[in-house]
Ligand binder design. Sequence first.
Ligand SMILES: [Zn+2]
Length: 432
Amino acid sequence: MLRSGIALVCSVMLFVVSLSAQNLSRTEKKFIKSIEANNAEAIGFLEQVVNINSGSLNVAGVKKVGDVFGTAFENIGMKTTWIPMPEEMNRAGHLFAETNGKKGKKLLLIGHLDTVFEEDSPFQTFTKINDSIAHAPGGNDMKGGNVIILYALKALQEQGLLNDAQIIVAFTGDEESTGKPLTVSRKDLIDAAKRSDIALGFETSTGFNYATVARRGASGWKVEVTGKRAHSSGIFSENTGAGAIFEMSRILHRFYTDVKGEDLLTFNPGTLMGGTFVEYDDATSKGTVFGKSNVVAQKSEVRGGLRFISEEQKEGAREKMREIVANNLPMTSATVTFTDSYPAMGPKASNLELLKQLNVVSTDLGQGAVLAYDPGKRGAADTSFVADYVACLDGLGTMGRGAHTPEETVNLNTIEALTKRTALLIYRLINQ
Ligand SMILES: [Zn+2]
């Protein structure tokens, strides 16, 4: 609902954009003209890459999309590198394209080649629904964002404006389903960030008037409880104690009453099992339980997720959970374990400063003011991995609806305006 509201506002805004005055230098007007001249080609390019399946597990397909983008970046004078992942990871790898120089801010532009639609998905092709909307698997998330990066750089290169700038384009091949371990699959992205000042992420845009300055991180947790297996008639006795299920209930209740409450901190128990024997298969997310009503439960397990806005908040929540888990009911014991997934991208001052600059760029283009998007409403993304090293802004990609569903669409009418905004932001940053 929110997205459709934004989409409506956007189409009205585009109309205003073409009428309103622009506050641009002569050089800026030149590359804006290049973007207009290349726009039909950009949309054709998007159609071409959407029609190559690149589900995260389709290693050959992801590489193929990488090759098409790679050639296009080579054609505008960038040096490209394909970084393969180890075979056992079953992920294609990443495409990096780079220009070298010493001028202004050093930029890292982040996209991803993969989509959630694997080869067996019925949703495989780019189809125009009308003049402005295409039904396209990964068209919005995020091949459209990749195309914005490419055509913004192309326009700058055509005007000779990339000389002596350091720009690294990083298109990962496994954003939708990250290769493990993350220390391997995200190493090159993090190394690139360490050589940069600013990272711009081109994940799906939430409208002309919003950009992402903060995202919550994600982590997994698991509580395992052991009780004493005994006849139910003995429960509560000194010998038998409370059993695994009462202990798990205590733990979850205390999580709810004592850990809940901080702004942007959420944790969700996703599955709960308890009985005499429990078995859970992480690969299929399915489990089985055996137990009887006249037997005190000896096992209980809960698996859950945790979302947080800072490492400090994550650690604070984990500490409280550990304390609660350690304080067991009679004749039971419990452990909690955590797994790291995405780090948080906090709303750092440098991110807000970058947002201010985008706001000026947008206003100068007659595209209106840009505000910070609610971090509670955005999922985790690759920008989060580099947030500790550089100033970050995300959500600069295309607009559309239904990402990750067979209804995914991309709004073709907004691509030109978003590419202009990207090129102008890049131009001003590399000339600072
Ligand atoms: Zn994405």
